[in-house]
Design a protein around this ligand. Structure first.
Ligand code: AMP
Length: 137
């Protein structure tokens, strides 16, 4: 599938749309999900344009997963959570809604997962969680 550079995450990466960021470097951005499935739901995206994990060059995938681990550790410390669901949907058939590869970090159990990308979260609450995660990084 061709990469659409007008997708929401490409626009966030270019600074055209706002995001509640928790981490950024030259290769990766991590920010809060606006429709969280649990408190602290965070997304980690490589800056490399790729629709799915299968399209992402292996070195970018390897680096992104290192940052996923770093953010997960900070979430554990900052939010006092035990289990974190790491979810990655590749392809619309899998339920992917934003066509820029991303990893979901959801502090919950697989048995508690709610409806996907369904309901806007409380932005002030999300911002407060982001501050806690940032402080733990
Ligand atoms: P997926 O269905 O795996 O592609 O997940 C896309 C995720 O992006 C969903 O969990 C949405 O809630 C989330 N999302 C959509 N738009 C935004 C946005 N502007 N900022 C942050 N998260 C978003």
């Amino acid at each position: 599938m061709a990469y659409d550079d007008q997708n929401i995450f490409a626009r966030i990466l270019r600074g055209e749309l706002p995001a509640i960021k928790v981490y950024e470097d030259d290769q990766v951005l991590a920010f809060m999900d606006i429709m969280p499935q649990a408190d602290g739901h965070t997304l980690v995206i490589p800056k490399t344009p790729a629709v799915t994990l299968l399209d992402l060059p292996a070195d970018a995938a390897a680096y992104t997963i290192q940052i996923v681990q770093k953010i997960a550790k900070a979430m554990q410390q900052a939010l006092g959570v035990d289990g974190i669901v790491l979810m990655q949907l590749s392809g619309t058939s899998a339920g992917q809604t934003v066509p820029h590869v991303h990893f979901h970090l959801i502090p919950t159990s697989v048995h508690q997962l709610g409806k996907h990308a369904a309901q806007m979260g409380d932005q002030d609450k999300i911002k407060a969680q982001a501050e806690k995660i940032k402080a733990a990084l």
